[in-house]
Design a protein around this ligand. Structure first.
Ligand code: GLY
Length: 594
């Protein structure tokens, strides 16, 4: 039985057929209705999504947050490009049509499974704290944490962007198509214009005051002082010019020369809240290859991004804590299943708050946190049948005698996820972000700069004990992004991930249970209403069947709260000799395949 039906979220699609010419103006040009039809394939994919049916394909598949970005990736894949090629095209378009979530001024984590070698690896394109950043970056003169948005908006929160370097690194390792051509679609859209989506328009309207604080940002998002309307044709010639430079000269144009000068100057002169990022910081930036972190669950290996992301460890812990329980026998309508999921998640979050940070700066007991005996012992806490009165961090095997205090970093949802399988069988899972919606709100050469540094703890110590995720120069802030590839018998069987701040971890964990234990197809799994518990209160997705669980969960001892839970889950299921895709109905993305 279907657990729910989303009310129709069918998005009015808009293509890029305005035929307008580029101008030197930094302001967007808006005109016409902008409501032109996109490809038949996208229209069909959208119809399937609206009906709750997955998209199926044999050869390749791409799922991302905007139809124009998905089309750009599909074009590359249909021409024999690899998943890495397609990702570059998708990211270039996302930075234009979904700038509130990701772009050149942000960072990303990428998980890659290589069909030829059978090897899995990850690339860390996380933003990095400038050399002049100190643990007191987000504290006032008395050492007290700043208010969140006082820290976010302006230059202080901007880390060295990693996305351009990550695109190039992935392409150099695994690309097959010429680099420059991968930007063609995005450049055309930026020059000729694209229709503003309802989601972008609503995001601008909701953030107009902050966007309005900086001239370049205000000119672009608030032309003539008013937020962009849905369907308005928007052009971004500055972004087109930046992409052309990236296409012809590679990522080095971003980390040195005029673009780097502009980024550093914009950060350092941000009115009211300048930052310390410099051209030296940009020149020093490097993508880091890191081993994938994998954890067993039933017959599967759940693989993803280790530190500085907490994603793979926390998802692996949540599932490891659930392993002794028969979830398949209960199903998504069982309050008992949600009790187990919710408290497993709380225990994982307790460990995350104490131990997880950038391993290049602090020792993190990754092995100990995922160790079988540790999780088996800790899962006994879930035997009580009622809500855990408290979820405290555990004591994993630790080869360093260090004590950390609990973190208090805040992460609000923005971000975007890309899942791709190519015709050679390679699988790519990448979560990409500018952190808060519209990042720092600072705009340079047609793209927004991130506010990723606010993923660090604002406090550096608690009761004299240092916090692992405190700010340090050159360090990467802890993330919750959980790009995931699930393996079985040495082959990838699921590719998935989501935006959603620290709720990414429960969104991904729950979707894995929905597919692997409850047997839902890719679309039904992402459609399933969210019930999320990180710190005690059970968040129930407002306006869905999740709210019907409130009474039973309250009887078990939970406080509950109905709220919007805007995941952006993008799933590809490779089992059964075909590709099956699901795109989150809470956002505008689609799955396309052939
Ligand atoms: N800024 C979102 C994350 O990294 O988790």
């Amino acid at each position: 039985m279907r657990f729910w039906l989303y009310s129709s979220l069918f998005v009015i699609l808009a293509g890029a057929a305005s035929g307008q010419q580029a101008s030197d103006s930094v302001a967007p040009e808006i005109g016409g209705t902008g409501q032109v039809a996109t490809s038949e394939a996208v229209a069909e994919a959208q119809a399937r999504k609206a009906e709750g049916r997955p998209v199926e394909a044999q050869d390749w598949m791409v799922v991302a947050a905007h139809p124009l970005a998905v089309e750009a990736g599909a074009e590359v894949l249909a021409a024999g490009g690899t998943a890495a090629d397609a990702m570059v095209a998708v990211q270039a378009v996302l930075g234009l049509v979904e700038p509130q979530s990701s772009g050149l001024g942000g960072g990303a984590f990428l998980v890659w499974w290589d069909a030829k070698s059978g090897a899995m690896t990850t690339l860390d394109g996380r933003e990095t704290a400038p050399l002049e950043a100190t643990p007191r970056l987000f504290q006032d003169d008395q050492g007290q944490p700043l208010q969140f948005y006082d820290a976010v908006v302006g230059g202080r929160s901007v880390g060295v962007p990693g996305t351009p370097a990550l695109l190039q690194e992935a392409h150099e390792r695994w690309g097959a198509r010429p680099w420059a051509g991968l930007f063609d679609r995005a450049i055309t859209l930026a020059e000729e214009g694209f229709a503003v989506s309802p989601r972008l328009s609503a995001s601008v309207a909701g953030d107009a005051e902050r966007l309005g604080r900086f001239d370049a940002t205000a000119r672009y998002f608030l032309p003539e002082g008013a937020p962009l309307q849905p369907g308005a044709q928007l052009r971004n010639p500055d972004y087109a010019e930046t992409l052309r430079a990236l296409a012809t000269e590679g990522a080095r144009v971003f980390y040195g020369g005029e673009i780097a000068e502009d980024i550093a100057a914009t950060v350092q002169s941000a009115p009211g809240n300048p930052g310390v990022l410099s051209e030296v910081d940009l020149a020093l930036y490097r993508v880091k290859e890191r081993a994938a972190v994998c954890a067993p669950y039933r017959a599967y290996e759940i693989c993803g991004m280790g530190p500085p992301s907490s994603g793979a460890v926390a998802v692996g812990q949540t599932l490891g804590l659930l392993a002794p329980f028969d979830l398949a026998g209960s199903g998504p309508e069982s309050p008992e299943a949600w009790r187990l999921l919710g408290d497993a998640s709380r225990l994982a979050f307790a460990d995350r708050g104490k131990f997880l940070a950038d391993t290049d700066f602090v020792p993190v007991p990754v092995k100990g946190l995922l160790e079988k005996m540790y999780l088996e012992n800790r899962s006994q806490l879930l035997n009580g049948g009622v809500a855990l009165p408290e979820a405290a961090p555990g004591a994993p095997e630790f080869d360093h005698a260090l004590n950390w205090a609990m973190d208090n970093s805040i992460e609000l949802p923005s971000t975007s996820h890309i899942s791709i399988v190519d015709s050679q069988g390679n699988a790519l899972s990448m979560t990409t972000t500018v952190e808060n919606a519209f990042g720092s709100r600072l705009m340079v050469r047609g793209f927004l700069l991130n506010n990723e540094l606010t993923d660090f703890s604002f406090r550096s110590h608690r009761d004299g004990v240092p916090i692992a995720n405190r700010v340090e120069p050159g360090k990467r802030p802890r993330s919750s992004m959980a790009p995931t590839i699930v393996m079985a018998e040495g082959r990838p069987v699921l590719v998935l991930g989501s935006p959603g701040g620290s709720r990414i971890i429960p969104y991904v964990s729950k979707t894995l249970v929905a597919v692997l234990d409850w047997g839902l197809d890719a679309q039904a799994a992402v459609d399933l209403p969210h019930l999320v518990n990180r710190f005690g209160t059970y968040d129930l997705e407002a306006g869905t069947a999740a709210e019907a669980q409130a009474e039973a969960l309250q009887a078990m001892g939970y406080a509950t709260e109905a709220r919007d839970l805007t995941s952006g889950l993008h799933v590809i299921d490779l089992r059964g000799g075909r590709l099956q895709g699901g795109a989150d109905p809470r956002r505008e993305g689609v799955a396309l395949g052939q």
